[in-house]
Design a binder for this molecule. Sequence first.
Ligand code: ATP
Ligand code: MG
Length: 233
Amino acid sequence: DYWPNRGQMDVQGLTVNYTEAGRSVLSDISFSVEGGQSVGLLGRTGSGKSTLLSALLRLSSTDGEISIDGVSWSSVSLQTWRKAFGVVPQKVFILTGTFRMNLDPHGRYSDESCGGWPRRGNEEVGLKSVIEQFPDKLDFQLVDGGSVLSNGHKQLLCLARSILSKARILLLDEPSAYLDPITLQVLRKTLKQSFYSCTVILSEHRVEPLLECQRFLMIEGSSIKSYDSIQRL
Ligand code: ATP
Ligand code: MG
């Protein structure tokens, strides 16, 4: 129950190829992230930021070694591994089902627990007023990948789900692309309040949304460089 505890991550010799013949998108990259650290992930369009995040989740076929708090990804089930992560993808696909099911897929919360869980997660990310516009509110059925929601609202839903699942490691893939400046402020506040002790990897094209990160990883030409301060980029 207590893994992961710090959210310290070691990546060794990671290589990702999408096709057997093609070049590697990421080639033999290694880095470590301290538990509780916020890391900015930078790189141009097509450099492999989303590829790296999906490799961390074991979504793509990948060579190399990844461990979290000393536990190798080859020694635990996929389900256990993925439970360590909260994810806000670049393009969100919402599962067919209610808001409730999407926010709390494992049915961990009753409406009374935690002083009303929907309030806690949703109020914090500003989703409460969105959900209340739908008939049946939390029990409204989402279909077609959640097409009634904007991509930004879908990202907020993922964020609320990550708060509720108490993920130790949060992966955010270009949230600034779909969120307006006010919603981005909400995201920043949420990162500070609900994820302050979590490991966060935040992918962006530009440096500006990463100002509060403590470390930076830059993907360039299928390899990765690590920087301790933004001035060194
Ligand atoms: P962006 O900033 O536009 O989101 P990115 O840094 O996230 O880009 P990726 O989406 O990881 O980049 O893509 C890296 C490379 O891998 C690109 O050349 C892309 O064409 C290729 N690629 C990504 N997904 C696939 C896939 N499913 N099959 C084949 N090639 C892929
Ligand atoms: Mg991407």
